[in-house]
Every structure is written in structure tokens, then in C-alpha cells.
Design a protein around this ligand. Structure first.
Ligand code: GLU
Length: 582
């Protein structure tokens, strides 16, 4: 196959949701697998939705996860500029070419005129569409006399250029993921291609750029599938049909399964949350008192395991029930939204984002403590699978294994527990020295100073017990600071008065021990226990509690080694005195 050229084409309208990052990832994997080119194109023609900082966010996110670009606004390339706002002069000509080719027309309808049509349609419970059925009764170059059209154009009247969708045709989109998808041309709207300010809409700019940048494959989210019918027509209209890229539409990312996060413990707080969301969405709902609404929501949430069958709406349901159930259906199922993260307590953005308003600020996977490699591995599996049991893949291994053919059609359910599992796997299999290096900067900030050798030991001991790197400092805090309390219940049980003298004797032995390596400590302590015919628990359990506050944790000898001689002696003395008085 020809080396592919693919583009990731986000609009800088805010932070990039993980769905967008997945699109970037699949484009990257596909390009790299075939030695192709991965391009970033910023689609910023709609200046009303432009958000400062969004482009930087996008490039920072790609950089953080290691998706290296070949061509981009910053890197340049042979097909630039790569920001649509810098290409705006290029599009007008193609808009007018549509009219010339008979594939487009000038529409002079004002916003008020169109709004009136919309209102009229609404009154009849219909939606107005500018299309093959309605265009002949609207004010455009298809209906107005030629001289009037010319006059309007010459007088500088506002106009848009619309795509003239053909009548009675089936438009085929051959999609790599979904197979052949058919669209009835009579149901398509005659979308605006060139706006009255001369700027292109997304559709025109997107197709013109894909063509001029020699894009071979368009890999993007499923929400763009319906637009693809128009894009196919545009390629035909502009005479580029033989250069049309292949399309692959990626499955939606769905909200997490309710059963994965609703439990008896949080059902009350979730009920409250959902109830207040319900009233926000349905402010005028008076069919039932609030208490009953709340009760019903709680009931449905409790039924979480078979919720999908229960939420089904039956015709005989009363209107109030229907409204509540519809609300829950859309709140519990369907597409993952950027608000779900806040609502359900997990990140849905790669990096934190500080929006203008409070509710437009989000935490990111990076800030929660995710390893970008784990995030990538997790995202790769949200809609794709290798067809084998293997779950852990480096980026290079993903490149090797990836194919568009193995992308699924059905929605991929977001599963935060799985994301955490991936992170844990990356920690467990991570290199101790590398983890230690990251830990060192955290420890330095806390004023916890110790040798690199000991930090590496901490990494080795605690990585297995952590989900995030940041869990390690929490778990290892006792090594550096005495500010922990004792598990008194266990201390009372394990501290035996009859062994007290022996326990103190061991402190003296440790005082006289110079080699504080875990191996030697093990030897010394075990010898002492056997020589004195004591039980291991009688000696080692009080030691553990005195040194760390709790009876569990990694090997005692490792702990003593890490805490060091001076602190160990002090803590044992202090602890034993405390236990004696319990
Ligand atoms: N600008 C569109 C977006 O923000 C791009 C869609 C496409 O890839 O064609 O998602």
C-alpha cells in the first residue's frame, strides 16, 4: 500500500477529551505501522467557538503521551499552513466552484426568514430542513430569476453557498470499520459550505484540506459518519472522487457500566446528585413531589445490576415515570461526556484544564498520577483489540499489532477500574531505578532525604502495593516521619509482658550491630529469637508496630534497613514503653 498520510484534525474549542486522544492514537498507530505520515491540522474556522490555549493543550497532550507528529502548525511541512485560519483564502474559490459546477447555489434567505420557517415547522411538530424538498420554495439562486440573483450579488447582499444534494439517490460510504453505509439523498440537508462572511464551514474546509494535504485515510469519531455523506458528495462535486480518502469511523466511548460505580455506600449521595441534576434538566417538573422523584431514582440506582432491563420504558408507564426514566437512561448510559468525570469521580481528560468558568475546569489523568504509557495502553483497547489474550503493549508493540480492521463497531465502555489496573501493571513492571528517580523528586519536596539505594529499595517494595506512583510516598511516609499512631488493638495483643525484658535486650543487640543490611538484620534477629526460644511473632510483631504503627507491610528487615539504625533504636524504645502502659 502507498504510505498513508493521516491527520488528526481537532477544533480548538477547549480541552481535548480522551475520545479525541484515542482518535489521535489510532491515526498515529495506523500511520506508523505503514511507515506513513501523522499530521496535526487545527480546524479553527469557527472563530465563535475558538478558545485560547486549546491548541497548546492539544499539542501538550500529544507530547505527554508520546504521539510524535510529522507535520503540524509548529513543525511545518510541505502541505502547510496547518491551521485553517491561516488558509482561509483558499476555500472561497471552491465554494464558488460548486455553484459553477451545478453542485451548489447561492442562498439569500436571512436568519429571520429561516427562523420563521423553523418556528412554523415546530408548530406542526416537524423540524425544518433546507433540502431537496424545501429549497424550491426558498430564496436562492435556484428559485429567483437570474437577473435578480445577479443584482443581489452585485449589490453586496449577504448570501451563503449551499451544497445541492441530489434527489432520489443512495449515497454509499464505504467505511473500513462499519462496511458499506447508505444514506438517502432526499434526507440530507443542503448544508452551508461558504458562510455569509466568506468563511468556509467545517465541511468545505475539511474536504478541501484533506484533498490538498493528500490525506489517504480519514480516521475519526463516529459522530462524523452522517457528515461523510456530504463529504462524499463534495469530492464528487469538486471532481476529486478518484482522490477520495478511505474512511474509518471509530466507535463511541460510552459511560461506565452503572454497576461498576454504584454501590450501597454511595447510593444515597448519588441519589441526591441525580435528583438535583434531574431538576436542573426538568425545572418545571411538577407531576410528582420531589420526595417521590428521589425515591424512584434511588430505587432504580439500587437495581443497578439489572438496570438496563428495568429502565426500559413501557407504553403503559405514566408520563411522570417516563420523564424520570428517560432522564436516568441518558444519565446512566450513552456517550461518555466531559461532565461524567466530575460527576462520577474520574478524569476524562489527559491533562488538567483550567477553563474560564469554574465548571469548565477539569482534572487530568496526568494529575491523578497516571503513567502516560498506561493511559495509551488503556485507550488503545477502548474500541480495538489485538485478537489475542495479550493486554500489555508498549507504544511500539501497539504499532506492530494495530490494524483498522480490528476496530469494533459497537460502543466501547469506559472502565476507570481498568485504567487503574493498567497503571498498576506499568508500576509493577516498571524499572526500580526509574521509579526511584521519580520518587526522589517527590521525596525532596517533602524534605525526605535518604540514599538513592534506599529509594530504589522503597520503589521495589512498594510498587507492588500501589496503583499510582503517588501512593508510594503515602505508604512509605512512616519511614521518614514519626508522625504515625499505633494500632493499639494489635499492640495490646502482641506485646507480652513476659517477653518484655527480651524485647529490650534485642534493642541493645541492634545498638551494637554495625551491619544494618536487610540480610544481616535477618540473621541477627532470627538468631536471637531461636537462641532465646521465643516465637517469631512475639518479637517481630511488636517491632513492626513500634517502627511503623501497624502489624502488616513488607519484610521487617527491609523496614529496619530503610529506617536506619538511630531511628530504629529510638522508635523501638518509645514504642515498647507505650505498649507497656496499654
Ligand atoms: N474538526 C473536527 C473535530 O473537531 C474534525 C473531524 C474530522 O476529523 O473530520 O473533531
Amino acid at each position: 500500500m502507498l504510505q498513508p498520510r493521516v491527520r488528526f484534525a481537532p477544533s480548538p474549542t477547549g480541552a481535548l477529551h480522551i475520545g479525541g486522544l484515542r482518535t489521535a492514537l489510532y491515526n498515529y498507530l495506523f500511520a506508523k505501522k505503514l511507515g506513513g505520515t501523522f499530521i496535526l491540522r487545527i480546524e479553527d474556522t469557527d472563530q465563535t467557538r475558538y478558545v485560547a490555549g486549546a491548541e497548546k493543550y492539544i499539542t501538550d497532550a500529544l507530547e505527554w503521551v508520546g504521539l510524535d507528529l510529522n507535520e503540524s502548525p509548529n513543525l511545518g511541512g510541505n502541505f502547510g499552513p496547518y491551521r485553517q485560519s491561516e488558509r482561509k483564502e483558499m476555500y472561497g474559490e471552491f465554494g464558488h466552484l460548486l455553484v459553477k459546477n451545478g453542485w451548489g447555489y447561492y442562498a439569500f434567505d436571512t436568519e429571520e426568514e429561516l427562523n420563521k420557517k423553523r418556528e412554523e415547522a415546530e408548530k406542526n411538530k416537524q423540524t425544518f430542513s433546507y433540502n431537496v424538498h424545501t429549497r424550491n420554495s426558498l430564496r436562492n439562486s435556484l428559485t429567483l430569476p437570474k437577473n435578480e440573483v445577479e443584482q443581489l450579488l452585485n449589490s453586496g447582499a449577504d448570501f451563503t453557498i449551499r451544497l445541492k444534494c441530489p434527489a432520489d439517490e443512495i449515497i454509499y460510504v464505504n467505511d473500513i470499520v462499519r462496511g458499506q453505509v447508505e444514506f438517502q439523498s432526499n434526507l440530507l440537508d443542503d448544508k452551508v459550505m461558504l458562510k455569509s462572511d466568506g468563511m468556509p464551514t467545517y465541511h468545505l474546509a475539511n474536504v478541501v484540506d484533506d484533498y490538498s494535504m493528500k490525506i489517504t485515510h480519514v480516521i475519526r469519531g463516529e459522530e462524523w459518519l452522517p457528515s461523510t455523506a456530504h463529504h462524499v458528495l463534495l469530492y464528487r462535486a469538486l471532481g476529486w472522487e478518484d482522490k477520495m480518502p478511505h474512511f474509518a469511523h471509530l466507535p463511541l466511548i460510552l459511560k461506565p457500566a452503572p454497576a461498576s460505580y454504584i454501590n450501597n455506600k454511595n447510593v444515597d449521595s448519588l441519589t441526591e446528585k441525580f435528583t438535583s441534576e434531574f431538576y436542573k434538566k426538568n425545572p418545571n417538573f411538577t407531576l410528582k413531589p420531589k420526595q417521590e422523584v428521589q425515591k424512584m431514582i434511588r430505587g432504580i440506582l439500587l437495581d443497578v445490576n439489572n438496570i438496563s432491563s428495568r429502565v426500559q420504558i413501557k407504553n403503559k408507564d405514566k408520563e411522570d415515570k417516563i420523564i424520570i426514566k428517560e432522564f436516568l437512561k441518558s444519565t446512566l448510559f450513552g456517550k461518555l461526556s466531559k461532565r461524567d468525570g466530575d460527576r462520577l469521580g474520574f478524569p476524562v481528560f489527559p491533562l488538567a484544564w483550567q477553563g474560564e468558568k469554574e465548571d469548565d475546569s477539569f482534572i487530568g489523568f496526568r494529575e491523578v498520577g497516571f503513567d502516560p504509557k498506561a493511559l495509551i495502553n488503556f485507550l488503545a483497547f477502548l474500541g480495538w483489540n489485538p485478537g489475542t489474550e495479550q493486554e500489555i503493549f508498549s507504544l511500539d508493540e501497539l504499532v506492530e499489532a494495530f490494524s483498522l480492521e480490528r476496530i469494533g463497531k459497537s460502543g466501547a465502555r469506559f472502565d476507570y477500574e481498568k485504567a487503574k489496573w493498567y497503571n498498576q501493571q506499568y508500576l509493577i513492571h516498571g524499572n526500580d531505578e526509574e521509579i526511584a528517580q521519580q520518587l526522589k523528586s517527590i521525596f525532596d519536596q517533602k524534605g525526605w532525604y535518604t540514599s538513592n539505594k534506599k529509594i530504589t529499595k522503597i520503589a521495589a517494595l512498594y510498587k507492588e502495593r500501589a496503583t499510582f506512583l503517588n501512593d508510594i510516598p503515602n505508604k512509605a511516609a512512616f519511614i521518614f516521619s514519626d508522625g504515625f499512631s499505633y494500632d493499639e488493638k494489635n499492640a495490646r495483643k502482641k506485646w507480652k509482658e513476659k517477653n518484655a525484658a527480651k524485647n529490650y535486650e534485642l534493642i541493645d543487640i541492634l545498638k551494637n550491630t554495625t551491619d544494618f543490611s536487610p540480610e544481616n538484620l535477618e540473621q541477627v534477629i532470627k538468631d536471637f529469637i531461636t537462641d532465646n526460644e521465643l516465637g517469631f511473632g512475639d518479637v517481630m510483631s511488636p517491632m513492626r508496630i513500634a517502627l511503623s504503627g501497624v502489624a502488616g507491610g513488607p519484610s521487617l528487615f527491609d523496614i529496619i534497613y530503610l529506617i536506619g539504625k538511630g531511628r530504629t533504636i529510638d522508635r523501638l524504645k518509645k514504642g515498647y514503653q507505650y505498649f507497656e502502659n496499654l
